[in-house]
Each structure stands twice: as C-alpha cells, then as structure tokens.
Design a protein around this ligand. Structure first.
Ligand code: FVH
Length: 293
C-alpha cells in the first residue's frame, strides 16, 4: 500500500476550552502539532499525547507554516503575535472578534508578510471533532490560503467559506448568534408565562422547538425575498396590521401572568412604528429598515 501523504504541521496558539478541543482533533488526525499557551501548564495533557509545547509564541510560530490562533479576544491575539515573525506564514485566526477587528487584523498580518484567514466558530467545544453534532466554522479572507489548507481546516469541524472580505466570517458569526439570542429571549418570555401555572416546562420545551422550527424557514426565506425585491407586501393573512392589532393580547397576558413584557416591547414598538409610517398589508420586513436608521 502507498504511504499516506504527510500531514501539514500545525501550530496552535491558545489552549483554552476551545483551543484544547481543536488541538485534540489535529493530534488524532496525525498532524504534527506545536502548541503555545500563556499559562504553560495547560499544555501538559496535550504534550503527553504527542504535541510539542513551545516556550514562547515566537518559537511556536516558527515551528509550522500554518498558524492557528484561538485566544480570548483581539487584544490577546495582538499580545501573543506581536513579537513573532509572520513572514511567509499562513495565519488562521479563530478568535471571536468584531468584523472591523478582523479586517484590521488581516491588514496587520499581511503587512508582516503573512496570508490571513479569519474564522468564526459555530460550535461549542464538545461539538469539535464530532461531525454529527453539526458544528462548523465560517471562514473569510485569503481564498488561496483556505484552498491550500482546506483538508487540515476541516479536521475539527466542517468549513464554510463566505468570501474574501476578512470581516465576513465574524459578521456571519455575530448575525447568527444575534438571531439566536432573539430566539432565546422569546423562549425566556414563554417559559415565564407558564411558570406560575401547573404546566411542566418539560412539556413546553418540545412544543416551542416544534413551533419555532415550523416558523423559521418560511419567515426567513420570505424576509430575504422581500429585502431583495423591495416589495414587502404579503398576501398571507398575518400582515403587519393584523399582527400589530394582536400585540395588546400578548401584553395583557403577560400582565395577567405577572410577567414583565420587557423582552417583547422593543419589537412591538418597531412594529407599531412601521405600521404608522408604512402599509398595513406589509409583512414584518420593514422592521429591518427601521433598525438601519
Ligand atoms: N468556548 C465556547 O463555547 C466558544 C464557542 C465559539 C467560539 N468561542 C471563541 O473561541 C475563543 C477561545 O475561546 P475559549 O473557549 O478557548 O476561551 P477560554 O477557555 O477562556 O481561553 C482563553 C484563551 O485565551 C488566552 N488568553 C487570554 N488573554 C490572553 C492574553 N492577554 N495573552 C495571551 N493569551 C491570552 C488564555 O490563556 P491562559 O488564560 O490559559 O493563560 C486561553 O488560552 C474566544 O474568542 C471565544 O469567544 C468559544
């Protein structure tokens, strides 16, 4: 049998919960792995499994052509990479940052002679190395870097390349997580509504899951179509006029149940504003435009 191709050596800066999970997958896949962490003791278990621990970030960067960074924030990335020689290196930054920080970091790395790819991890550590868990990583920035290391980058989690703008991985990451928090806010309100009743939260949870799943795809697809066409009118019954007319029922129910409406009222206020300024036969898409003001 032919010898398998040698695996790309990888350097990983950052052995927090996420960095350690990433490291384990590259080690298991047979990649030579050099690790560095500010608190050196966190490398112990990985070196026992075959990783090489560098004593400085500069030494770690020098060890491999591909340098993965997974630190707390952008400031820690600057602190870790500042005294390193990035000439000729492929830097992949999986640290969560803002899109603006990612763009600035790309320019910063490129000015130091590196190719730069930014990543936004859509997974928690237990999902890393577990493809069936559904986690993945958004990547944006240098396409040639992404293509050159596609197989290595796919070891911890599936990959989704979203364009050459290095800020777009972070932007997709924050957009999805923002939508998630909106959903969590609605769910918190729903659980609060039933909390003082003889209703088991465990029976509400699957109902919420089923309902949100059924609502999500049609709503999101319709919103995207309307934003693209500029025509926000809807021929379905639940238009802006009808939905706004229904909001007092939600507020009265919250009051009756002793629940603060504070998670719902900002959205309802935007619906009312759009209704005042717009057309009752619209969908809810006009709220997007109000947020842009
Ligand atoms: N954990 C998660 O669920 C999320 C999932 C989505 C992606 N995030 C982002 O991943 C980055 C790393 O997260 P983490 O979970 O590994 O975070 P921690 O366990 O808190 O480890 C932080 C590491 O950063 C090092 N560090 C902090 N400050 C500095 C600094 N000034 N200079 C150098 N390194 C620094 C820290 O080192 P130490 O405290 O062990 O010495 C850890 O290695 C993050 O952007 C998440 O938002 C994770």
């Amino acid at each position: 049998t032919a010898n398998p191709l040698p695996k790309t050596p990888v350097t990983l800066l950052g052995l927090g919960a996420m960095g350690t999970a990433l490291a384990r997958t590259w080690l298991a896949a047979g990649h030579p792995l050099t690790v560095w962490n500010r608190t050196a003791a966190r490398a112990g278990a990985l070196t026992a499994d075959g990783a090489t621990a560098a004593t400085t970030a500069a030494e770690a960067v020098a060890a491999s052509p591909l340098v993965i960074v997974c630190l707390l924030d952008d400031a820690s990335v600057e602190a870790a990479l500042d005294a390193t020689d990035l000439t000729g290196k492929d830097v992949v930054n999986l640290t969560t940052t803002t899109p603006a920080q990612a763009r600035a970091r790309a320019a910063w790395a490129e000015a130091r002679g590196a190719r730069y790819l930014d990543g936004g991890i859509m997974a928690v550590p237990p999902m890393i190395g577990v493809p069936e868990a559904g986690g993945y990583v958004f990547y944006s920035g240098a396409r040639d870097l992404f293509d050159a290391h596609a197989a290595t980058l796919a070891v911890p989690a599936a990959t989704r390349y979203v364009g050459t703008d290095p800020g777009h991985a972070a932007l997709h990451d924050v957009a999805l997580l923002s939508a998630m928090y909106g959903m969590f806010a609605g769910a918190a309100h729903a659980f609060a509504l039933i909390r003082k009743e003889d209703i088991d939260p465990a029976t509400l949870a699957p109902l919420l899951t089923e309902w949100l799943t059924a609502m999500a795809a049609p709503h999101l697809t319709q919103t995207a179509d309307q934003l693209n066409s500029g025509d926000y009118t809807t021929n379905v019954v639940s238009n802006l006029g009808m939905q706004t007319a229904g909001t007092p029922t939600f507020l009265a129910t919250a009051a009756d149940q002793g629940v603060s409406p504070e998670l719902l009222t900002p959205y309802f206020a935007l619906m009312r504003r759009r209704l005042t300024e717009g057309d009752p036969s619209e969908d809810l898409t006009g709220v997007v435009d109000l947020l842009l003001r």
